[in-house]
Design a binder for this molecule. Structure first.
Ligand SMILES: [Zn+2]
Length: 82
């Protein structure tokens, strides 16, 4: 299951643990379960971890983090978001 970086708090999140695909369909930037106002709390399936580009490989990064990413080609999701 793809890992992405929350566009608000920049922590790692799994697409299966939050409303990632619902938000994608509605063209909203992806948020972790804690930042999503419709969920509002961390799911607890794994510890909340801040994204570190030197350690983590993710499927999607917020635009503001992409310039520093060593793995730009993998970032294919949600390119249209500001
Ligand atoms: Zn978040």
């Amino acid at each position: 299951m793809p890992i992405f970086v929350c566009s608000k708090c920049h922590c790692l999140e799994n697409t299966a643990c939050c409303e990632f695909w619902c938000r994608d369909r509605e063209k909203n930037p992806p948020l972790c379960s804690e930042c999503d106002p419709e969920i509002g709390k961390w799911h607890g399936s794994f510890p909340k971890t801040p994204y570190d580009p030197k350690i983590h490989k993710v499927e999607w990064l917020p635009r503001e983090l992409r310039a520093t990413s060593p793995q730009r080609k993998k970032e294919r999701y949600l390119e249209e978001y500001p």
